[in-house]
Write a protein that binds this ligand. Structure first.
Ligand code: SF4
Ligand code: SF4
Ligand code: SF4
Ligand code: FES
Length: 989
């Protein structure tokens, strides 16, 4: 296709927006409201161009073959200037004293582009005050140009549906929940709106008074300077004033550092730049993250205060006479080496065990397992994927061959139907959930949710199933059987690609609809509806998480999910597949890189002699031939006296492992415990030596997200005090034990990993530079696989296999004494036990402490109100918490967030585990509830977004602006108004 651009022919793609074509060709036109990831919003009118003599908005007009486009004709220029002049009527230009003057302000840059010297329409103040009620950002209506980018982002990208503009108002402004203070609205502080705002109307509070040379001046002085600027403008024109502000902006460049990093919280893998001035974090700026684009959630956008927290560990600590004292690195490392060597000499290498951190980098997990195997000589090595994801991995290994998501977030976005089981996705994987919410809202994607709680995704679902706890395997199997019985299975796919179909069909015999309905508490109609929706959908993706895996049958239910996908042919093509949502930022990577008792990096078996010989040769050692203890067995081994010493790195084991009292009793028995941590965690109480480690912002390395996406993080800040990046500490420990490692940079560690690991053979730091990423498996030539199984499954014959699974009764069921089921899991605002997120004041303001959710029925039966203190006792321990009465839970089911270092829910959970992987059955807990004679405030304060009242609408609804009597298109008025596309193309990240 060819378009004539300003007289010259130019190749164009069918349907390409003119604005994208112009940008691609380097032809500059103003485009204030346009953001490629939001699509055409059409509120600003500054992008007017002439197409075949007619004025059109370039952002909303697709290129057509042979079209003649003029960007600088008198008509187009007049319209562009007039439209921008209207914008300046809403925005005071005081760039030199503005915190947004950082060379990326759209208003500033457009003023320069159009050489604006004077405004026709003077700035008119609006009758509103700035709103500072959100802890993280403020809105200044005076500076708001009503472009609506924020509204579009909140409504149609984040899909929190908080923001709107009431175009009919005399003085429109952005509204939260239709007019509430921001701090009392449904705003979840994801930051999308702030990120996409083209000017300083929405700004991070951490930027205010911090970014510029003059912006920290007292308000009065600042206003005085603004008045001076305004005073000289009529005479000097904006050109000269802009030049001054550009000099100031250039000076800022010398002080403000922008560094790419990857989020340290959940497994979605959002990446962004962090802007810092010395150690002050000015802001998190997402732009083109391969997983997230401009998206973030509250934690990734605003949850970084912990890095500069006053209680960071900054020196090594050694326990002496029952107290910790500061020590030098030499003292600490010598002691670790001496004690490890002595314990190994006395009890053998298997008396030591190692836990790697799924918060730390791939390179660090690799070094940890190399330390355990090559230096100490044990396979007693694990990471916290055992606590959540191991069953999902097992289910996928059994059926399709790779233990990872079978596609990418873009596949989930494209699916005809998304089935979410046991995952509170909007809170646990917020940015990934936005893609589902968006496709559901704008593209007609169907959504089925099976969960115990009526959380946001359940509320949005077309079908919400609430099965009895622990019965997912039954209804999944019954649905699969129904599909077979009614000719709705994809037989051609099965014949070509799946082994053991007959055996599998036979195994489904017990799973009739009647049996499933009775056991699961679902109706037959519900099951048939689900089966039919799956059969009819153009591509099904199943998302699941800890609600499935943390059961005694977690691996089997994960297997049943994969069986269902195979039966319906929902593998091997875009928009299909299995998506176990990985919890921590690098829980996928920790396992991929060998922090497991049975695998070297890349899931190479430790008991395979050929594999072992390869590692023995590379590391020049003899390696232990048998799989070691996983972290569940380690606790038993300590109680049995077989395990004497542990090295725990970035893992709050005493709170996050199940049956915390039993775990604590074990840790107390250890002869020697080394902790490597950034804070004095609860587990540190049991330590003999504590090594001060580095958070992600203080080191380099790579993380692997849930999509199997490997991304680089760069060092933002220098290590605090005497703390060190973890890879250096691990090297120091190994070398004290005589290892002779000499890595100078994490890239050298990765080179070694790539050489030894076929799954990661083509990974290198060069290929991951900046925002580049790779999704494993990565071939030696660097080609990766965003979608797995396009040619074959990862099995010997290339075929998948059905894997029959029986149902197992859940453990710890309710009885007369322990009569309530206790569920537990994540919250949007906090991460795990909260060691990082409780250190961000704004997050604490939104969720100050833990609580227990109680259903209105139970509350009324027991006389409980929100704020009432209750005691929960299980067969294993007890905690106290305040109640929150909510319809998110129902009947005799309670829910407690896992985010509390004070009253951790794991004091209640048991030591029962998944049969195949030893993942604790956290979700199988029964408790007795005692109402205490104590009442306090509701632990979820009134400023929590869960109390808000969103105002859903389809984006900014610009048609209502165009319908105003005072609106007329700029220029000669001959504007061809394009209809808004249902969903902007090109956003499938
Ligand atoms: S939820 Fe809040 S922070 Fe996120 S886009 Fe909407 S208004 Fe902005
Ligand atoms: S606050 Fe919203 S409408 Fe106002 S300028 Fe920023 S993005 Fe545009
Ligand atoms: S969704 Fe996950 S990775 Fe993205 S910003 Fe939030 S916590 Fe970080
Ligand atoms: S960029 Fe605003 S209308 Fe096109």
């Amino acid at each position: 296709m060819s378009v004539i651009l300003n007289g010259a022919p130019q190749e164009s793609k069918p349907g390409e927006r003119l604005v994208d074509l112009l940008n691609r060709c380097g032809i500059q036109i103003p485009q204030v409201c346009y953001h490629p990831q939001l699509g055409p919003i059409q509120t600003c009118d500054t992008c007017m161009v002439e197409v075949d003599g007619k004025l059109v908005r370039a952002c909303a007009t697709p290129a057509t073959d042979g079209a003649r486009v003029e960007t600088a004709s008198p008509g187009a220029e007049k319209a562009q200037r007039e439209a921008f002049d209207r914008i300046l009527g809403n925005h005071m230009l005081y760039c030199t004293v503005c915190d947004n003057n950082n060379s990326n302000c759209t208003i500033h840059n457009t003023t320069r582009l159009l050489d604006v010297e004077h405004q026709e329409i003077p700035f008119t103040p609006k009758p509103y005050e700035a709103d500072f009620t959100n802890p993280f950002y403020r809105y200044d209506p005076q500076q708001c140009i009503l472009c609506g980018r924020c509204v579009e982002a909140c409504q149609n990208l984040q899909v929190n549906e908080t923001l709107s503009i009431r175009w009919e108002d005399a003085h429109p402004r952005v509204l939260w929940d239709g007019g509430a203070p921001i701090g009392e609205s449904s705003c979840v502080s994801c930051g999308h709106c702030v990120t996409v705002c083209p000017c300083n109307a929405l700004m991070e509070k951490s930027m205010l008074g911090e970014a510029g040379y003059f912006t920290s001046l007292p308000k009065q002085a600042l206003n005085g300077m603004i008045d001076i600027v305004k005073g000289v403008e009529p005479e000097m024109g904006y050109g000269a004033i802009m030049q001054v502000s550009e000099v100031e902006a250039a000076m800022r460049e010398t002080q403000v550092k922008r560094t790419k990093t990857v989020c340290t919280y959940c497994g979605v893998g959002c990446s962004f730049e962090i802007w810092t001035r010395d150690r002050h974090i000015l802001k998190v700026e997402p732009a083109d993250g391969p997983a997230n684009g401009v998206s973030t959630c509250i934690k990734g956008k605003f949850g970084w205060d912990y890095v500069n927290s006053a209680d960071r560990l900054t020196t090594p600590l050694i326990r002496e006479d029952g107290r910790f004292r500061k020590a030098t690195w030499d003292e600490a490392l010598d002691l670790v080496a001496r004690r490890f060597s002595a314990i190994k000499a006395e009890h053998g290498p298997d008396a030591l065990a190692f836990i790697s951190s799924s918060k730390c980098t791939n390179e660090e997990s690799y070094l940890m397992q190399k330390l355990a195997r090559a230096v100490i000589g044990t396979n007693n090595m694990d990471n916290c994927s055992r606590y959540c994801q191991a069953p999902a991995t097992a289910g996928l290994f059994r059926t399709v061959g790779y233990g990872g998501d079978s596609g990418s977030i873009s596949d989930i976005e494209q699916a005809g139907l998304v089935l979410i089981i046991g995952s509170n996705t909007a809170e646990s994987h917020p940015v990934l959930a936005t893609r589902v919410k968006r496709s559901h809202k704008l593209r007609g994607q169907k959504l089925i949710v099976a969960d115990l709680r009526g959380h946001e995704m359940a509320r949005r679902a077309d079908v919400f199933l609430h099965p009895r706890p622990g019965t997912d395997l039954i209804w999944l199997s019954a649905v699969t059987r129904y599909l077979f019985d009614n000719g709705l299975a994809r037989q051609s796919f099965i014949d070509q690609w799946v082994n053991k179909a007959d055996e599998f069909r036979k195994s489904l015999e017990p799973f009739t609809l009647e049996m499933a309905s009775e056991r699961c508490g679902l109706t037959k109609d519900q099951l048939i509806q689900v089966a039919r929706m799956i059969a009819e959908a153009d591509g099904v993706c199943v998302l699941w998480a800890m609600g499935v895996t943390q059961h005694v049958m977690g691996s089997d239910t994960s297997t049943a999910i994969s069986n269902l996908l195979l039966a319906t042919g929902n593998y091997m093509r875009p928009g299909t597949g299995a998506y176990p949502l990985r919890g921590h930022n690098n829980v996928q990577g920790a396992s991929d890189h060998g922090a497991m008792p049975n695998y070297f990096p890349g899931y190479q078996n430790v008991d395979d002699p050929t594999v072992r010989a390869k590692f023995e040769k590379a590391w020049n050692v003899t390696l232990p031939p048998k799989p070691g203890l996983d972290n569940h067995l380690m606790i038993d081994a300590i109680h049995d006296g077989r395990l004497k010493s542990m090295y725990v790195f970035g893992e709050e084991m005493s709170l996050v492992d199940s049956n915390a009292n039993y775990v604590a009793a074990a840790l107390e028995k250890l002869d020697f415990l080394v902790m490597q941590e950034i804070f004095f965690s609860e587990t540190c109480r049991f330590a003999d030596v504590i090594l001060p480690a580095g958070p992600s912002l203080e080191k380099e390395g790579t993380f692997t997200s849930t999509e199997r996406r490997i991304q680089r993080l760069y060092q933002v800040l220098e290590p605090l005090g005497e703390s060190r990046p973890d890879w250096k500490i691990l090297m120091d420990v190994a070398n004290r034990l005589g290892a002779g490692w000499s890595y100078r940079h994490p890239s050298e560690i990765y080179d070694e990993i790539a050489q030894l690991t076929p799954l990661l053979a083509g990974v290198s730091y060069e290929r991951l530079e900046g925002f580049k990423s790779l999704q494993w498996p990565v071939a030696p030539d660097g080609s990766d696989q965003p979608l797995l199984y396009t040619q074959r499954f990862n099995t010997a014959d290339g075929k998948a296999q059905f894997y029959p699974v029986p149902w197992t009764e859940p453990s710890n069921q309710t009885d007369e004494e322990y009569d309530l089921h206790l569920n537990n899991g994540r919250l949007l605002e906090h991460f795990h036990e909260g060691n990082m997120t409780y250190r961000t004041e704004g997050i604490r303001e939104k969720v100050p402490c833990t609580f227990v959710e109680v259903s209105p029925e139970l509350a009324s039966a027991r006389g409980i109100e929100s704020g009432t203190w209750v005691r929960l006792a299980s067969r294993f321990g007890a905690v106290k918490a305040q109640a929150v009465v909510t319809t998110r839970v129902s009947g005799n089911e309670l829910y407690m967030p896992m985010n509390s270092p004070v009253e951790p829910v794991n004091l209640l959970t048991s030591s029962s585990t998944d049969k195949a992987t030893h993942t604790p059955a956290y979700k199988e807990t029964s408790v007795h509830l005692t109402v205490l004679d104590q009442k306090g405030e509701n632990p979820l304060p009134p400023t929590n977004p869960r109390y808000g009242h969103p105002t859903p609408q389809n984006g900014v609804e610009v048609e209502r602006k165009w319908a105003r009597s005072d609106y007329h298109p700029p220029g000669n008025g001959l504007v061809q108004i394009e209809a808004r596309a249902a969903i902007p193309a090109g956003q499938e990240k």
